[in-house]
Design a protein around this ligand. Structure first.
Ligand code: DX5
Ligand code: ZN
Length: 220
């Protein structure tokens, strides 16, 4: 039996009722808050920034998993640590000196995550896998919630899992984009440890129940 972590993505929350939605997650079986920061350069969309994260941090009672979809993320590592990020994920495609970035994130007391776009091969992480706490496999092209899941993700998870085992690393695998009750179990069976879900949770009639159902589906 696995303990899969569920990380609702705040991008799909109602920003006019943000405190309500944060309390919903606090009182649910969800494990983490997933926070998507987009700069309009690395991805063709702008989400929200520091003041909003600062407000979320004040109310969130669970770990904060920050996913930076920004160019040159090294500029803001310290800022996100101060803002309360527990896990800071940067994109492989946005880092020139990935090993240095990983060390800088950990030096600020956070767990270090690396996200891979759908086209980026998992084997590119071979020489740094032992330094990565979490790999976030994008199962949609980053930039927007509510997109459909890319099926090739399953084989990427399997190949990444094999790399982690071969290198004797303790890296966990997060899946981000288009996650629903239809693919959750298969993702976990392939080797996923954390499932991000935005629209599937927040657009549901009963988000709290939807989170509980996801926990159940993924623990069988
Ligand atoms: C996409 C973001 C995702 C997104 C997931 O760029 O990184 O975290 O919010 O949303 P859904 O689950 O709706 O695909
Ligand atoms: Zn994300």
């Amino acid at each position: 039996m696995s303990n899969t972590l569920i990380a609702p993505s705040i991008l799909a929350a109602d920003f006019a009722n943000l405190q309500r939605d944060i309390e919903m997650i606090n009182n649910s079986e969800a494990d983490w808050f997933h926070i998507d920061i987009m700069d309009g350069v690395f991805v063709p969309n702008i989400s929200f920034g520091m003041p909003v994260l600062e407000a979320i941090s004040r109310h969130a009672k669970k770990n904060i998993d920050v996913h930076l979809m920004i160019v040159d993320p090294d500029r803001y590592i310290k800022t996100f640590a101060i803002l309360g990020a527990n896990i800071l994920t940067v994109h492989y495609e946005a880092c020139t000196h990935l090993h240095r970035t990983l060390q800088a994130i950990k030096a600020e007391g956070m767990k270090a995550g690396i996200a891979l776009n759908p086209h980026t091969n998992v084997d590119l992480l071979e020489d740094v896998i032992n330094d990565i706490d979490m790999v976030c496999l994008m199962s949609v092209n980053p930039g927007f919630g509510g997109q459909s899941f890319i099926e090739n993700t399953y084989t990427k998870i399997e190949r990444l899992k094999a790399l982690i085992i071969r290198k004797n690393a303790s890296t966990i695998i997060e899946i981000d984009g288009g996650v629903t009750d239809k693919n959750a179990k298969q993702l976990v069976d392939a080797g996923a440890n954390v499932l991000v879900a935005g629209n599937f949770v927040f657009k549901a009639k009963n988000p709290t129940q939807t989170i509980a159902d996801m926990k159940k589906i993924t623990s069988i």
